[in-house]
Design a protein around this ligand. Structure first.
Ligand code: HEC
Length: 229
C-alpha cells in the first residue's frame, strides 16, 4: 500500500488504538467499495489515515470545536495523569472525588427509572462523539453509552471485562433510593466514587442526558429487563 516511514508506522499504531477503542470497525465493516474486514490492521490504519483522511484532527466534533481541541487534557485528566505511570497521591484522589461529586446534577422530580428497551439500545450503542473515522451523522441517532464495551450486561450479548459484570444488577441490589443514587452518580460521574477511574463521565461530559441515564438505569434495574432475568 504505502511506503512505511517511522512516522506513518507510529500514526498507524495510534489509529488502530483509536479504532479499536471506538469500535468503529465493528459498526462499519463495509463502507462503499471498501471492505475493512479484508484488510490487516496495518492496512486499515493506513487506509483510514492516508486515503479516507479519517485521522484529520481539524475535523469538527459533535460537542463543538475540533478533534485537536478534544486531545487537550482537562483538569481531571491532568490530576490523574502521573508522569511515568502509577496512581496519584491521596490528596489528589480526594480532590478529584470532591470535584466529581460537585459536578453531578439530579432530575427535578428525583431519580426515576425510564424505559428499559430504550436503555438497552443506548447501553449497546457506541454511536456519537467518535473521531478518527468518518464523522457520524448526529442528526438521526441518539448518543449511546457504550456500556457493553466494558461491562457484561444481559447474557444475550457478550460484554467487556474492563469493568465489573452488571448482570443481574437490579435483582441482586434491589431498588432502594441509595442504590439508585449510587448508580445514577456512577453513570453521571464515576470519579465521585472511584477517583481517576477508566469509566467515562457520561453526565458531566454531556454525553448522556438525564433521560438517557434514566433509560439505561431501567435496563439495569427493571425486573422485566433481560439484565435481571
Ligand atoms: C471504558 C470502560 C467503561 C465504560 C464504557 C463504562 N464503564 Fe462502568 N465501570 C468501568 C470500571 C472500570 C468500573 C469499576 C470502577 C473502577 O474500579 O474504576 C465501572 C463501574 C461501574 C458501576 C459500579 C459497579 C458496582 O459494582 O456497583 C456501574 C453501575 C457502571 N460501571 C455502569 C456503567 C454504565 C451504565 C455504563 C454505560 C453508560 C458504563 N458503566 C460504561 C468501566 C466502564
Amino acid at each position: 500500500m504505502f511506503k512505511k516511514t517511522p512516522v506513518a508506522a507510529g500514526l498507524a499504531a495510534f489509529a488502530s488504538i483509536i479504532i479499536a477503542g471506538g469500535c468503529a470497525v465493528a459498526d462499519a465493516g463495509k463502507t462503499g467499495n471498501v471492505d475493512y474486514t479484508a484488510m490487516t490492521s496495518q492496512e486499515l490504519a493506513e487506509y483510514l489515515i492516508f486515503e479516507a483522511n479519517g485521522f484529520n484532527v481539524d475535523q469538527e466534533v459533535q460537542e463543538g470545536g475540533t478533534a485537536k481541541q478534544r486531545l487537550v487534557q482537562d483538569e481531571m485528566h491532568k490530576a490523574c495523569s502521573v508522569i511515568g505511570g502509577g496512581k496519584p497521591d491521596q490528596a489528589t484522589l480526594d480532590a478529584v472525588r470532591t470535584a466529581a461529586a460537585a459536578s453531578i446534577t439530579y432530575p427535578e422530580g428525583g431519580i426515576q427509572l425510564g424505559d428499559w428497551q430504550k436503555g438497552r439500545e443506548l447501553a449497546w450503542s457506541g454511536f456519537g462523539y467518535r473521531i478518527g473515522h468518518n464523522p457520524d451523522d448526529h442528526g438521526n441517532r441518539p448518543v449511546g453509552g457504550n456500556c457493553y464495551n466494558c461491562h457484561q450486561l444481559a447474557t444475550d450479548r457478550t460484554g467487556g471485562t474492563v469493568g465489573p459484570s452488571l448482570t443481574g444488577y437490579g435483582k441482586t441490589r434491589g431498588t432502594s433510593e441509595a442504590i439508585l443514587k449510587y448508580a445514577y452518580d456512577m453513570i453521571y460521574n464515576p470519579h465521585a466514587y472511584f477517583p481517576c477511574t477508566n469509566m467515562p463521565r457520561f453526565g458531566s461530559s454531556g454525553f448522556l442526558t438525564q433521560d438517557a441515564i434514566a433509560d439505561i438505569m431501567a435496563y439495569m434495574f427493571d425486573p422485566e429487563s433481560p439484565v435481571n432475568e
